[in-house]
Design a protein around this ligand. Structure first.
Ligand code: PMP
Length: 429
């Protein structure tokens, strides 16, 4: 009786949430719309595992959508947040921890000569675009289909992540005039980039790019593509903005810009730098960031920006990300990808794995996609069935074909083996 009551808690919470929040959730992907299952209500996490409101345990591959790179509730982060909380949360002025985190970020990513903390990646991307427009005196922005840069009006056009999951082209409520200032190009297509610059001479303020697309599923850049972006923007007096909200501190301390040896003009960060607390940051060339208020005319602000708890969690997280940690993350990614590919092969399933470091997507299509159009051509129903079969085996995958799996340092040998075993059964089922 007691256990029956307990087992109903998640459903009761879902019903109450449905009466409060659109779709019952506070961020669309949590509704599990694309996979046809009841959404999980997660109550706590520890290491590589999460527990729902009925105390069911799942091996987690969502990782809070990126920040939980050490695993959930890492004791070092918990302690740092606890210590910071004792000093008050929102003091509304400059704080020593901002300086500490800012310096740690700049040391790892030298292209961020100056930066500004925000409370989300959305704000950071929106602000970076504003700086690019102010710096160049131009209005047009280039983005790539399937990339997600948060939900600022001009960046929702043909966006990835939840926008792709819900199969909608953008968003209602975005004025035509705003959407019309965004040019959307296919990722990994240098000719399309050159053509856009040729068609709009002197009018493109900047190109914003996820250097590794993670919001259409994981799609690495083809050799030379990011180099072409760097060159084409420089030649046109335009800026290149790397959105490293996901890749920053995930692939290594210097993010994708270090891995591919490209120095962007501006960079957008989030997720890991806040260790799971709300955060975003944008930064780059000192001359560009000097345009931001109060040193310049570009207004941008935030009541909770540089929040001490976010700073404390971020500092503790970055400190734990040693070279050994990155080597372990890479090894976990390699092992998992190999195991999954083998499991699919022996089950006779045609899947392709997109992977960079500890970011990975199993695409239900025969070859890894090079752009969003190819990713969208994956068999979503097959993914939904796979997701359900994994969930039934106690594994929580991203509830969409178009999101990355995020591994953490808490995903050890046991967890990788378990994931592969569950997948082998799920592929057969
Ligand atoms: N940019 C990228 C690449 C992202 O993946 C996300 C969120 N997943 C954002 C921006 C927006 O960040 P936030 O959700 O913190 O607003």
């Amino acid at each position: 009786m007691t256990s029956q009551l307990a087992a109903d808690r998640a459903s009761r919470l879902r019903a109450r949430a449905a009466a409060l929040f659109p779709g019952g959730v506070n961020s669309p992907v949590r509704a599990f719309t694309a996979v046809g299952r009841e959404p999980v209500v997660l109550e706590r996490g520890a290491g590589a595992y999460v527990w729902d409101a009925d105390d069911r345990r799942y091996l987690d591959c969502i990782g809070g959508w990126g920040p939980a790179i050490l695993g959930h509730a890492d004791p070092r982060v918990v302690e740092a947040v606890r210590a910071a909380a004792l000093g008050g949360f929102a003091l509304g002025a400059s704080h020593p921890l901002e300086v500490e985190l800012g310096e740690a970020i700049r040391q790892a990513m030298p292209s961020l000569e100056r930066m500004r903390f925000t409370s989300s990646g959305t704000e950071a991307a929106m602000s970076a675009v504003r700086v690019a427009r102010a710096a160049t005196g131009r209005e047009l922005i280039v983005k790539f289909a399937g990339a997600y840069h948060g939900h600022a009006d001009g960046l929702l056009v043909e966006a990835g992540s939840g926008v792709a999951t819900l199969a909608i082209p953008g968003s209602a409520g975005v004025p035509e005039a705003v959407a019309g200032r965004t040019i959307v190009l296919p990722f990994n297509d240098p000719a399309a980039v050159s053509l856009a610059f040729a068609e709009h001479p002197g009018r493109i303020a900047g190109v914003i790019v996820e250097p590794i697309v993670a919001n259409a599923g994981v799609i690495p850049p083809r050799p030379g593509f990011l180099e072409h972006l760097r060159q084409a923007t420089s030649d046109a007096g335009s800026l290149v903005i790397f959105d490293e909200v996901i890749t920053g501190f995930r692939l290594g301390p210097g993010g994708a810009q270090e891995r591919y040896a490209i120095r962007p003009d501006l960079t957008v960060l989030g997720k890991i730098i806040g260790g799971g607390m709300p955060i975003g940051a944008y930064g780059g060339r000192a001359d560009l960031m000097a345009l931001v208020a109060p040193s310049g005319p570009v207004y941008q602000a935030g009541t909770l920006s540089g929040h001490p708890l976010s700073m404390a969690a971020g500092i503790a997280t970055l400190q734990a990300l040693t070279p050994d940690a990155y080597a372990a993350l890479e090894a976990a990614g390699v092992d998992l990808a190999r195991g999954l590919a083998e499991a699919a092969r022996s089950a006779g399933r045609a899947v392709a794995i997109g992977r960079v470091g500890s970011l990975l997507t199993v695409f239900f299509r025969p070859t890894p996609p090079v752009d969003a159009a190819e990713a969208l051509a994956s068999d979503r129903e097959a993914y939904a069935r796979f997701f359900g079969a994994m969930l039934d085996r106690g594994v929580l995958l991203p509830p969409s074909q178009f999101e990355a799996w995020f591994l953490s340092l808490a995903h050890g040998r046991t967890e990788i083996d378990r994931l592969v075993e569950a997948a082998a059964e799920a592929f057969r089922a």
